[in-house]
Design a protein around this ligand. Structure first.
Ligand code: MIC
Ligand code: SF4
Length: 686
């Protein structure tokens, strides 16, 4: 274990997913400046910020960790890669207008348009938004999370987005949650969002970042300590004196990558820095002060000492595989990508440009720069910052997700790419054997010059003065408003947009083969890959289903269909990462009936339920080792088992029985019994 623990964890209960005592011991040994405060039973009576917002939006349920609550959703966000499904689902609900305060449809993920598919999707989404009352952010206007933060986020409101990085807007004091498309469609229809009440963790920021250390390093350090499953079932609420030292865009980097912790969301208070940001956006009227009570109570507390942080980097192939940049000094780099919804603010870009100023990109490196929004792009152009990038030899690409999700700019075979984005899962860049490292814009820019992973601190003398602007260029001309005469708007539906397939209710008996057995932390990128080739098929489930598990087992779709469907066996945190419900719909289409795993990631678990796939957990995790791919599993009395929350599975091939359980509320059990949420709604409305 490296000797630079800057995060100190105080655990108030025994069920944390990592060995807290070990971490605390190391804190003492490794870092004398660490300290632990707070004891169970201390006089803590006040309300934290997360619970305040939840209370204000509570439609049903008890605000107690683990209890299902129903929340009123004020705003929704969708993007092109998940949005077409959301629209088809919304259409199936039969309403004529969205019922939220604000719903925005963004085009940002797939703007490559190598064929008609993307262009058709964009037109479909545009006409749909006009007809059903959504704002529409055109291709070229920027990445949804950046644009939403700049132009629409409001402290104290709730936001549900069909993208896992929706919590980015938590940086502005919003309760912003990522969800599957169907949940977002329901919210657009004015229905509540159901979730298990998370624990609220106070992440106390102490001190101030030193020059050359950035917001990215904060969240990388937290990921190092907590891992990609350390935030499951939690809201990370940032508190403490260090909060005031961070601008809203810096906070956004932190809340953005809270998704990588598996957290339900992350949130900062709405304070003077928030006011400053909203004023600079010309939106100060929407500002309110929002903070936890002085004596607010939290389920857990974590301390992060900003003074002690160093530049960090996440090594391949997981965002929690974090070490100090100094430990990797000298690794040769082939590509550098500065951009994505994590690090593409004005100051991120300006800092990178200042490092590159007067220098030339290393001859062995391809440097790609993508500002996060048109607003930032325009300001960088006005302030001569784009010129610095061009002079240094950078390749400027449009403000969209692009390389982050393998849509263009894939690294060379076996190449090393240093990226400011948030995910470095194997193959996500579009090159199966590439090695992607996640780092701050400073570290990325320095690597572009030296051609090696390099500690950025000796290179940052000219960064001190770079701050967020006090006034942004405000021009919402690329946002199209809903139509005044919706009846006259015709939906434009290209030939690649196919109807959403549905499935019947669950049978009472399953007799199915284990189609695939996978390990821990399987991502939705593993289940349903993205990238330039597959993303254009997001509106066509029969076509995209042929790529399910493509990177792990390309024969999976054929095998699944030949076997008449079956069961998947997984390890811990099955379905982490993206919110894409295609990772449930496409397997459903291939006949997958159940996933038996050690544990599930929140959004994917809900997506499985929404599409009628049983998410079963091993009661005894050791049973995972006893099952082999190809085994025939039998489940009897399924409907009874779902009601009880416990299901016995007989492994006919191995000749043994094992126990599984479901963590479903009564509501969710009914949904799965009916074969998914849309079937359930249809049944209810009969
Ligand atoms: C991602 O970062 O993986 C994505 C692409 O933005 C996804 C959404 C999608 O798959 O369309 C996400 O984070 O939810
Ligand atoms: Fe887009 Fe990447 Fe952000 Fe996902 S993580 S929203 S693909 S920039």
């Amino acid at each position: 274990m490296p000797s630079m623990l800057n995060v100190c964890i105080v655990d108030f209960c025994n069920c944390f997913s990592f060995d807290c005592d070990e971490l605390l011991d190391q804190n003492h040994e490794d870092n004398q400046s660490m300290f632990i405060k707070g004891k169970k039973g201390e006089v803590c009576m006040g309300e934290n910020l997360s619970r305040k917002i939840i209370k204000n939006h509570l439609l049903d349920g008890k605000i107690e960790p683990g209890e299902e609550i129903a929340l009123k959703i004020d705003q929704t966000l969708t993007q092109d890669a998940t949005g077409t499904m959301v629209c088809l689902e919304f259409e199936a609900l039969g309403l004529s207008r969205v019922k939220t305060e604000l719903s925005v449809s963004y085009i940002d993920h797939n703007t490559l348009q190598v064929g008609f598919e993307n262009a058709d999707d964009h037109l479909f989404l545009q006409s749909f938004a006009r007809k059903y009352g959504m704002y529409f952010s055109r291709a070229g206007n920027g990445i949804c999370h950046q644009v939403h933060l700049h132009r629409f986020a409001v402290p104290g409101k709730t936001l549900l987005g069909s993208d896992s990085h929706t919590p980015t807007c938590g940086s502005l004091g919003m309760l912003a949650i990522g969800a599957g498309g169907l949940n977002v469609a329901m919210a657009m229809a004015g229905q509540p969002f159901y979730m298990k009440m998370p624990e609220v963790v106070s992440v106390v920021l102490e001190g101030k970042l030193r020059p050359g250390v950035s917001a990215k390093d904060i969240i990388l350090e937290i990921l190092r300590c907590l891992t990609v499953k350390g935030g499951i079932g939690m809201i990370m609420e940032y508190t403490g004196p260090g909060v005031a030292t961070l601008s809203v865009p810096e906070r956004a980097t932190v809340t953005n990558m809270g998704a990588e912790l598996g957290a339900t969301t992350s949130i900062f208070p709405s304070d003077e820095r928030t006011f400053e940001f909203m004023k600079a956006q010309g939106r100060e009227k929407g500002w309110i002060e929002l903070k936890p009570d002085e004596d607010a109570e939290y389920d857990r507390v974590i301390y992060v000492n900003l003074d002690e942080l160093e530049p960090m980097v996440a090594m391949p192939h997981s965002p929690d595989n974090v070490v100090k940049v100094g430990d990797l000094e000298g690794i040769k780099v082939d590509q550098v990508y500065i951009g994505s919804c994590t690090n593409s603010s004005y100051s991120d870009m300006a800092k990178a440009a200042a490092i590159l100023e007067g220098k030339r990109v290393h001859p062995d490196v391809s440097l790609v720069v993508a500002p996060g929004s048109r607003q930032v792009f325009q300001m960088l152009a006005r302030d001569g910052i784009i010129e610095k990038f061009i002079a240094a030899g950078a390749r400027i690409i449009e403000c969209a997700c692009g390389p982050c999700v393998g849509v263009g700019q894939s690294p060379p075979s076996g190449g090393v790419s240093v990226r400011t984005s948030n995910r470095n899962f194997k193959g996500r860049s579009g090159t199966a054997d590439a090695r992607v490292y996640l780092a701050s814009p400073e570290t990325a820019a320095v690597a572009a010059i030296t051609g090696k992973i390099t500690d950025p601190r000796p290179f940052i003398s000219n960064l001190i003065e770079i701050k967020e602007p006090t006034k942004y260029i405000v021009d919402d001309g690329m946002i199209i408003l809903p139509a005044d005469d919706p009846d006259r708007v015709k939906i434009r539906r290209g030939p690649n947009i196919k109807p959403l397939p549905l499935r019947d209710g669950l049978p009472n008996r399953l007799n199915k083969q284990v189609l695939l057995k996978v390990g821990d932390n399987i991502t939705t990128d593993d289940i349903m890959p993205a990238g330039a080739k597959i993303l254009p098929l997001r509106s066509n489930i029969p076509a995209i289903s042929q790529y399910v598990f493509n990177g792990i087992d390309p024969d999976f779709p054929v095998r699944a269909q030949e076997a008449g469907g079956g069961i998947i066996v997984g390890g811990e945190n099955y379905g982490q990462g993206s919110s894409r419900e295609h990772a449930a719909i496409a397997p459903m289409y291939l006949g997958v009936r159940a996933v038996i795993a050690k544990s599930f990631a929140r959004i994917h678990h809900d997506n499985l339920v929404n599409f009628g796939i049983l998410p079963l957990c091993f009661k005894d995790k050791a049973d995972y080792d006893r099952i082999k791919q190809g085994d025939l599993l039998e489940i009897d009395n399924l409907r009874e088992g779902i009601k009880k929350g416990e299901i016995k599975v007989f492994n006919k091939t191995g000749g043994f029985e094992f126990n599984t359980y479901l963590t479903l509320s009564d509501r969710a059990s009914k949904v799965i019994l009916d074969g998914g949420l849309l079937n359930h709604i249809k049944k209810q409305s009969k």
